[in-house]
Design a protein around this ligand. Structure first.
Ligand code: PBG
Length: 309
């Protein structure tokens, strides 16, 4: 009766890795309980999410081939574009969010295209990201979520969507995205680790909280409808601060490394998984996030339903 912070499956967004082939459910070793799914498996996933009252899915694609510019990202029949269509056909009410980035599609694993000296070419990358967003919207994506961290990409994507007739699509910007060690398991899952160097040129320094607030303000000014802090747990102070400073819907990404830590401890019998996962998700909500992107979504939704049922 006096609980201050509600936690409900309607707060969750469930991230999924989509791969080629048919009948594929390939377990991801560093993320126990998560699998790479082929497109034909997605309708089943969608109805499961709907039955658990989880409103949204976030898609990452593993293309069949990679190249220097990441052209698999914007193909009409690309892996994510196929996935979006399959999901919208099967379960139109499920909100489909697409991650916009080139790192899963480039052979060098960086989030944009490269200059001759190996540095990332910001403006050329932004054009390709806008093209990617447009192709995802054309496939039927409801929400476009740029995670690449190039400068100016939110405005460029907004313009390209509007010119393409997709004024109605929503932009969820990965605004305060830090250069984090907690993405390790994701890079296994998405096969997207940079082949040289790191992402510190475009992702943020974990020490910089004020810069994070400037990045959120800038993305909102460029047309973001919703903003994100990522990772969640080592950055809850920034979730709280963003909640206090900005009115827009605020998401926090409970990333792969955060998931893997709890799974590993639970598998060893060192923590009570249900208790610790719900405590963690409640903490992210208490800090001020409206939405939580989390690999725990389905299990947490089942636990919550059992508790209220
Ligand atoms: C793509 C992207 C990453 C994540 C989401 N989108 C990896 C990265 O930036 O290296 C990480 C998500 C997670 O760890 O769960 N750029």
């Amino acid at each position: 009766m006096v609980r201050e912070t509600p936690l409900s499956p309607s707060d969750f967004i469930y991230p999924v890795f989509v791969t080629g082939g048919r009948g594929e459910r390939q377990p991801i070793p560093s993320m126990p309980g998560q699998s790479r799914l082929s497109v034909d498996q997605l309708p089943r996933e969608a109805s499961e999410l709907r039955s658990l009252d989880i409103p949204a899915i976030l898609l990452f694609g593993l293309p069949e081939t990679k190249d220097a510019v990441g052209s698999g990202a914007w193909q009409t029949d690309g892996i994510v574009q196929q996935a979006v269509q399959a999901l919208k056909d099967a379960q139109p009410e499920l909100v489909v969010i697409t991650d916009v980035c080139l790192c899963e599609y480039t052979d060098h694993g960086h989030c944009g295209v490269l200059n001759d000296d190996g540095s990332v070419a910001n403006d050329e990358s932004v054009e390709l990201l806008a093209q990617t967003a447009l192709s995802q919207a054309a496939a039927g994506a409801d929400v476009i979520a740029p995670s690449d961290m190039m400068d100016g990409r939110v405005g460029a994507i907004r313009r390209s969507l509007d010119h393409g007739g997709f004024e109605d699509r929503t932009l969820l910007a990965y605004s305060a995205k830090f250069a984090s060690g907690f993405y390790g398991p994701f890079r296994d899952a998405a096969d997207s680790a940079p082949q040289f160097g790191d992402r510190r040129g475009y992702q943020m320094d974990p020490a910089n909280g004020r810069e994070a607030m400037r990045a959120i303000a800038r993305d909102l000014a460029e047309g973001a409808d919703m903003v994100m802090v990522k990772p969640a747990l080592a950055y809850l102070d920034l979730v709280r601060e963003a909640r206090q400073r900005f009115d827009a819907p605020l998401a926090a990404y409970n990333v792969s490394g955060e998931y893997a830590m709890l799974k590993a401890a639970a598998a060893n019998g060192w923590i009570d998984e249900e208790r610790v996962v719900l405590e963690t998700l409640t903490g992210i909500r208490r800090a001020g996030a409206d939405l939580i992107l989390t690999y725990h979504a389905k299990e947490a939704a089942r636990w919550l339903a059992r508790r209220s049922g």
